[in-house]
Design a protein around this ligand. Structure first.
Ligand code: ZN
Ligand code: ZN
Length: 155
């Protein structure tokens, strides 16, 4: 499988115990459907308050200016079909139209993890239940607005 951004062959790497396809050139990751939940379920990494604040800041900026190179078209490395830029609550990812997976640019996987960890810390039981019921490959983004609201409100 080749990188959808720079056409270099993707290398299989272990990220927190989950095998993912990684591009050494652009530092992006291809995640097959379901792999994001595996990564988020493991939580080996812990993030500092500073990293969390930085991730939130980056995501906010991105929500305003859009993904860098917004006009690019990425082809799914599995089926070759054009990926759809799926935007949920202001966060964009390139997702296979057949649901085979998604492409994450450099640093985005860490941001997703930070969000998942924050969510497990600050969400109420009711919200967690709601999240579990709606779990799919993009559910990480679904509660983004709730997450942002809580983080920004925090002292
Ligand atoms: Zn690449
Ligand atoms: Zn595909």
């Amino acid at each position: 499988m080749d990188c959808p951004v720079c056409d270099e062959p993707l290398q299989e790497v272990e990220y927190e115990g989950v095998k993912l396809d990684h591009c050494e050139k652009c530092d992006g990751f291809w995640l097959d459907a379901g792999e994001i939940q595996k990564v988020n379920a493991i939580h080996e990494k812990t993030f500092s308050e500073e990293q969390i604040a930085k991730a939130v800041d980056l995501l906010e900026k991105k929500a305003i200016v859009g993904k860098s190179g917004e006009t690019r078209r990425i082809k799914c490395p599995k089926c070759g079909k054009e990926c759809k830029v799926t935007s949920t609550s202001g966060v964009s990812v390139d997702k296979c139209p057949d649901g085979e997976g998604m492409w994450l640019d450099k640093g985005e996987i860490e941001k997703l993890q930070i969000m998942a960890e924050e969510r497990s810390r600050i969400y109420t039981d009711e919200e967690k239940q709601e999240f579990r019921e709606g779990a799919d490959s993009l559910s990480i983004f679904r509660h983004f607005s709730v997450f942002m609201h809580k983080v920004l409100k925090r002292d």
